[in-house]
Design a protein. Sequence first.
Length: 450
Amino acid sequence: MTITLNRIDAVNATITIDIVKEDYASEVEKRIKNLRKTTIIPGFRKGMAPLFRIRQIYEKPILVEELDKLVGNQLNAYIQEENLNLLGNPLPSDDEQQTDLDKENYSFIFDVGLMPQIEIKLSKKDKVPYYSIEVSDEVIDKQINEFKISYGSYENAAETEEKDVVKGALTELDENDEPKPDGLRHEEAVLMPEYIKNEEEKAKLLGAKMDTAIVFNPHKAYEGNTTEISSFLNINKDEVENYTGNFSLKIKEILRHKNAEINQELFDKVFEPGTVTTEEAFREKIKEAVVKGLIPNCNARFLIDACKYIEKKVGELKFPETFLKRQLQTVSPSEDTQETVEAEIPKIIEQLKSQLIKDRLAKDYKIEIEEADILNTAKHVAREQFARYGFGNVSEDILKNYIKDMLNKEETVRFLVNMSMDEKLIDLLKEQFTLETKTITWEEFTNLNR
């Protein structure tokens, strides 16, 4: 067996695998003889069929399997041994002729796409912008309002307003708006008038008082939305079509949200108890938290700008576009039309450029991701997710279990590895470049990413 790499250009090549009879014959013969022991052919007892008959029936299918296995193993081994940095997987070449199984020697040709080779040299002479986002009073006011809502409470009300939560007992009615003897009952129904789409049905609820019963039509109220209706009626989605008539709702409770007041109780709920004692200190602490929370956004933008700068510095990067189009069509042939492929390729190439630069930097500066890096990143991500839902002080036990679940998901682990690598690259590039710090508004920052 011989394997040959033919470089067409810097990013396109073919790999040819030439196989002779000696490479596969013994394995094929071994499988045929083993098959004879277990195969039953009409007219012969088990294991007694003539060997030539077994060959007639099974030799070519076995040969195909063995060639496929042999080529796959040797191709993968060659790629690893030669340390080829490929884009995607090798594809059977269009130039390869159909395999004639009556021959003894075979040639298999594969098209491969190669990552372009680059060299990156960085110094303090290289200047890249680093954007710092200005935190205005409006931003702080907005955050305070969100805290007031998040840490607010519910109080009982006498009659219903649009944003109230209404709880009651639900009874299905007949065509005369009388309770159906065997109709649907739901004692713990909950709704918010705000989310009722039909204005006529919503109006029936507004101003409704405690301990009164109103007649309305859930199917009309939610305009046939099966998810909302099934949730409200406490039934399966496939049952919704059976309940298009009126219902009676006996109101048991009306709850109205009341925002939290700006006082010591709120300070202690948002931050470590006792660390903030005045509204002025509260605003300052929020500003610090917002600034800290925006650092990942600023760093991510910096990494984008740094990669673009490096790309411009190293010169034009060429990629095997034709090969990439074939690769994309192979991955999802039924979904990707030619027009879709043409539209996606420029985006894919931009992603590849960025990844190529990151991989090169990681290799040149010997950056590796260890288990401790992944764990630290997972902790950071978990704390951010809890904070986003208003849980600023999560116990270590809850955090530990949450992280354990995160690390059980392969896709999440890949995300954490990439995130950890990006963080290390950001630290590296901040040291290598001269940063041109620019303070801009959030709106201006958002426009940078469009």
